[in-house]
Design a protein around this ligand. Sequence first.
Ligand code: ARG
Ligand code: ZN
Length: 840
Amino acid sequence: LEIFLSDYTPPAYLVDTVDLTFKLDPTATRVLSKIAFRPNPDAVDKTFYLHGEQLKLISATIDGKDAQAKVTDLGLTAQAPDAPFIWEAEVEISPSTNTALEGLYMSKGMYCTQCEAEGFRKITYYPDRPDVMGVFTVTIEGSEKVKLSNGNDLGDGKWHDPWPKPAYLFALVAGDLVNLHDTFTTKSGRHVDLNIYVRDGDLHKTAFGMDALKRSMTWDEEVYGREYDLDLFNIVAVDDFNMGAMENKGLNIFNSSAVLASPDTSTDGNFARIETIIAHEYFHNWTGNRITCRDWFQLCLKEGLTVFRDQQFSGDTRGHAVERINDVLQLRARQFREDNGPLAHPVRPESFVEINNFYTATVYEKGAEVIGMLKTLIGDDAYYKGCELYFTRHDGQACTIEDWLKCFEDTTGRDLTQFKLWYQQAGTPRVKVGESYKDGTYTLTFTQSTPATPGQDTKDPRVIPIAVGLLNDAGEEIQATRICEVTDEIHKFRFTGLDAKPVPSINRGFSAPIILERDQSNEERAFLLAHDTDPFNKWESGRALGRDVLVRMVTEDATPDQAYLDALEAVARDDTLAPDFKALCFSGPSNDDIQQALVDAGVTPDPTKIFLASQTFNLSISQSLQDLLPRIYAEMQIDGPYRPVAEDMGKRDWGNAALAMLSRLDGGAQAAKQFATADNMTQQLSALGCLLRAEVGEEQNQAFYDQWKNDRLVMDKWFSMQVMFAKLDAAPKMAKALTEHPDFDMTNPNRFRAVFGALAGNTAGFHSPDGSGYALLADWLIKLDAKNPQTAARMSTAYETWKRYDADRQGMMRDALERIKAAPKLSGDLSEMVTRILNA
Ligand code: ARG
Ligand code: ZN
């Protein structure tokens, strides 16, 4: 059933208080609810309706009398008074057989919940929509050592959360858990107890998460003036979890991969990701919980803003240049791909079948870009002033994008109607750049257009903040960054008083999430790579150079040109550049980057050809730098214990980039040494990657397995590495073999993603010309869908690019999609996804 933003109506009844009692039992948990309802004066439709799915109704009363409820598969209706009343119900549910991991379920013997977006209706009958907020009191009965819910601990498994909240923020955890305890004092003196709860054996992996939590709490006080509002903040790590983590009020639940960290078992990348996710969930306390969404179409109101906030935090913590480059890499790899394919949708969608399918890169990452552009357009002071108004005006409310934007209109006096198009129009804008120079005046002409997307044939011009700086031919900056506010379809900007035609640096810091179309010479790119003061565009210029080289290698069988190799060598030798920045300059364009460039040039991408060209490309770079590599590698080695700090991470990044290049020349000799002596996972895993890529890592691969077979999170890496580094059609074969490994467990989303996420990410492997990658994934998505529709649906995005390819590949991908679509008892989740992908 498709639902529409335009059909929103206020709820018929509002909730004051909710009392829940859980009598825990793996197959027959009883949930008793006592809910105080009152009629909503603003309601249009007065029907008393409660959502409820997969519940066994034992009894239901209204003010003590049988409610005579009419029950369907999706909920119930009853005759309710036009006055406040008490609803009481008892239902039975079976957490141990709940493999969808939504509602109340079990993970390795512990009870836990995931309610966002619409999982609470699998726990009890309730108006399960975010604009209905109540004060929850919860009693948990069971023999478990630890029993947790939201808010304050009243003892004996009783919990009270004083903050009214929508049902999607409800949480319950029960199990024989252990915890790391710490405390935090807020700036106004509130004493907060902090805990991270884990299963026995994981306690040594909690220290970093705790530290990240405390730093997040301080940061939100300092930057946004936001303090924590309860005496207790609990985090729980769960092995089986569909997403990264969930911001339930006072009881955040995390995928164990998103919170547990130790130097031995976690890479630098893991540490950075954990820090970001801890911050993200904590920041939701204000942007999401205190102020929530009126309906699920407004999801970006909390997610885009909270991602923007976690990116700011990570930038402050680890350095803004590298943070920005990494964020844009992510955006382009996931969001641009989505926005330019069959699944394109506005940051605020206008309709959906299954809301779980809209926790997307567009809502999250493009949603964050929109906040960034707002800040750029109105300036920092106005931005924080507007936020302050938002927090005071809307505290305790369920809001819309209109409410959010109004705060900035009111504080700045600016009309944001055109800006709002960023929330309403799907598709990545293309901006053509024209330039002219005459008599000391340099003119930039921007022409914007956005291709049609599903359901949106035409687009209006948006307001686009394009940051521009100018350099002279000596490489000096003669015009500091200025924001060109593009509002018309064709918009000109003049720079006067110049001595000669300047070199422009356009869209600095990636100030707008657009695709720039500009005929830029490779000389100019090399010049900007060497001289631009904006770190993002400096990196971007190198990236564009590399992309151009690779595209010509694919289309014209060219060889890497010396100019590019020289430019890279200059980066490698430049002592003023930070190691992590150098590593990014050497990361090279991704397979998907090249594909998008080819599509834009009207060439059908052939993943096999691109892979082979990339091999040659990387080998040439390694050869051209071969004299330098041993020195770089040696200089980047760190004495002393592992520290997850930006400085050391940068050195390991650059050192391991050098190792990867060396390994293409020495057959893996240096990598084997590093593998044998590594005392942390970052060093061990990157060495293993080099060996697997060189196809000489069999022994080390086995040793890695033997060493780590009892660590679930490390085993996920082991599964995924083998698929990631398998060449061409060896990748689907490897994935298939791994599904037969005794440690493969399709019901654990991390393990499933380790194998099939790696397969989808191995472009040349997934797109093997024999179609084996497509077929294998289809088989497993059908199998998984019967147990866990949410994760199956999410992974079906592997096919979203199918229209890019040649007729053979298109045909095989269509067959795979049709086969999924025709599977018996297909879930609504997966069916919506394959239908949208096919209808492109
Ligand atoms: N709100 C969570 C977060 O962004 C994600 C929840 C995802 N839930 C879902 N059903 N897709 O941190
Ligand atoms: Zn979030």
